[in-house]
Ligand binder design. Structure first.
Ligand code: TMP
Ligand code: MG
Length: 221
């Protein structure tokens, strides 16, 4: 049986350098003659993605449950094509996935409260159950100081320091949850230079990009 492609997810806070690292990794894989492609979530090109895009740019207001389910639905739109690519031997680098969905939604707090959650963690996790499971998740961990030095955040809805701090706390919970279920979650120090971070990324995925024998699993199974 030919080996399937590896499903590599890159997660992290805004300004952690995810997209740069994902693009560099893709180039290196292609240079090494490894069949690979890069996808990202949210994918803003579909009708659902367009609703998410206008929400993020604060052009519309949506109920928090609704927007959470839209982010998840946006992943489900691509689930079968992800599976097909992996089975055909193509490696996928995925810039954000269900863990961002869980972290950003479950970190929301009720207006006027300091810490009372708006959406329950388990409620947020359920819609993504059964999606293709990553073979590895690389969490690019950036400190608030370095994020600030990188020019700070943009104008989109969640790009604020207090939001990012709360999101990071949920990512820590998720990492324990994933590892507790036998999944691979690697924390990479993203305060270093682009080149240094890339070297760690490259070394971490080496074995996987040679192809995977293990069957593709389902997320949170
Ligand atoms: P982006 O900057 O990578 O395009 O992501 C847009 C924002 O959407 C970012 O702040 C993270 C957030 N997000 C969610 O809230 N839920 C999700 O499911 C995903 C994938 C991203
Ligand atoms: Mg962004």
């Amino acid at each position: 049986m030919p080996r399937r492609g590896a499903f590599i997810v890159i997660e992290g806070l805004d300004r952690s350098g995810k997209s740069t690292q994902a693009a560099t990794l893709l180039r290196r894989l292609q240079d090494a003659q490894i069949s690979a492609k890069l996808i990202k979530f949210p994918d803003r090109t579909t009708p659902i993605g367009k609703m998410i895009d206008s929400y993020l740019r604060s052009e519309n207001e949506l109920d928090d449950h609704t927007v959470h389910l839209l982010f998840s639905a946006n992943r489900w739109e691509f689930a079968s094509s992800i599976e097909k690519s992996l089975q055909s031997g193509e490696t996928i680098i995925c810039d954000r996935y269900a863990f961002s969905g869980l972290a950003f939604s479950a970190s929301k707090i009720r207006p006027g409260s300091q810490s009372y959650p708006l959406l329950d963690y388990e409620w947020c996790r359920v819609p993504d159950i059964g999606l293709p499971a990553p073979d590895i998740t690389l969490f690019l961990d950036v400190s608030a100081d370095v994020a600030r030095k990188r020019g700070g955040y943009g104008e989109e809805r969640y790009e604020k320091e207090d939001v990012q701090r709360r999101v990071r706390d949920v990512f820590v919970r998720i990492s324990e949850h994933v590892q507790g279920g036998g999944g691979r979650w690697e924390v990479i120090d993203a305060d270093e230079t682009q080149e240094e971070v890339q070297e760690v990324v490259w070394k971490t995925v080496q074995e996987l990009v040679a192809g995977v024998d293990a069957p593709l699993e389902k997320l949170w199974d």
